[in-house]
Design a protein around this ligand. Structure first.
Ligand code: RUB
Length: 297
């Protein structure tokens, strides 16, 4: 519920919350045998997957954890619960390591006295900026509001706490300010097999504007945001949120559309900054084969 209501937002935080939920379920299980335990996990998986549609990161995490239990030769429920706990902890540690690597690699792209524009709130982006700041780099940040839920405000608060010179703009002012921007950095919810990136609604518009102004546009993302379903023909589903987020009491018969994400084509992306380095979106499948072959299985 907290995920659906956006109290937990951002792909990484959603994945972490989901992993913790699976771990808790395993700890508190009432299952009497492996069959019952697997059924509980599978039911939990369905509920968690439906909490937010455009989140392959959490889906990959849950699939990995369940596959480790399935594969195990153990039959006792306590032992299986232990596998869930161990695998979850290992997964979370891997996430932390990836975040650190991404920040280390991406931070080098931040030149002193540069102006960085970011959209929405990505914990991976703000972690990268925090590290760059702590390493002594000086930069300014421009944040879009990110209507309708204003996640940009979360980003501004984090930047101000860091002591970064921060400016908030309405989403539609992105072009107005782009000529003063040295670098755009955004997060990702999903990466498709073609190397396109799904992120908060408005991201693709910012990418277009950045291209027109010749401003480099980077995406920071863990590779596990890759969505294997896109390899086999399925489109990434775009979550449609409640119209009330846009207008609480709208006039009768008004149609309101509120997609949460959009797709930025790979041609507009300078690079995807991931735990394996800065890669071209075109090479995503090769990199996945090398680093996480199980995602493609
Ligand atoms: C958040 C959003 C973020 C990505 C990446 O959307 O689009 O840019 O999820 O975030 P919402 P992170 O607020 O609707 O979840 O880098 O933290 O995974």
């Amino acid at each position: 519920m907290r995920i659906k209501r956006l109290e937990v937002q951002g792909a990484r935080n959603v994945a972490v919350a989901v992993i913790q939920a699976i771990e808790t379920l395993a700890k508190e299980t009432k299952a009497k045998n492996k069959k019952e335990f697997m059924k509980e996990l599978s039911e939990a998986k369905e509920i968690l997957f439906s909490s937010r549609e455009t989140e392959p990161f959490m889906r990959n995490a849950v699939r990995w954890i369940i596959s480790q239990v399935e594969k195990s030769v153990h039959e006792k429920v306590e032992e299986l619960a232990e596998i869930v706990s161990f695998t979850s902890q290992e997964f979370l540690k891997n996430l932390e390591d990836s975040k650190r690597k991404i920040a280390e690699i991406g931070g080098k792209r931040i030149r002193n006295n540069s102006v960085i524009l970011t959209h929405c709130h990505s914990s991976t982006v703000t972690y990268l900026l925090r590290r760059a700041k702590l390493e002594g780099r000086s930069f300014e940040v421009i944040c879009t509001e990110s209507r309708p839920v204003f996640q940009g405000r979360i980003t501004t608060k984090e930047m101000l706490e860091l002591g970064v010179n921060t400016t908030l703009i309405v989403d539609s002012a992105a072009r107005f300010f782009m000529n003063h921007v040295d670098l755009v950095i955004v997060g990702a919810d999903a990466i498709t097999s073609e190397g396109n990136v799904v992120n908060k609604i408005g991201t693709s518009m910012i990418a277009l504007i950045a291209q027109e102004a010749r401003t480099p546009f980077y995406v920071v993302s863990e590779l596990l945001k890759f969505d294997p379903i896109t390899m086999y023909g399925d489109y990434e589903k775009i979550e449609e949120r409640s119209p009330n987020e846009i207008w609480e009491n709208p006039p009768k018969n008004l149609i309101i559309k509120n997609p949460a994400f959009d797709i930025t084509r790979r041609d507009f992306i300078h690079g995807i900054i991931c735990e394996e380095g800065i890669i071209s979106p075109h090479s995503i499948i090769q990199v996945m084969h090398r680093k996480y072959p199980w995602v493609l299985e």
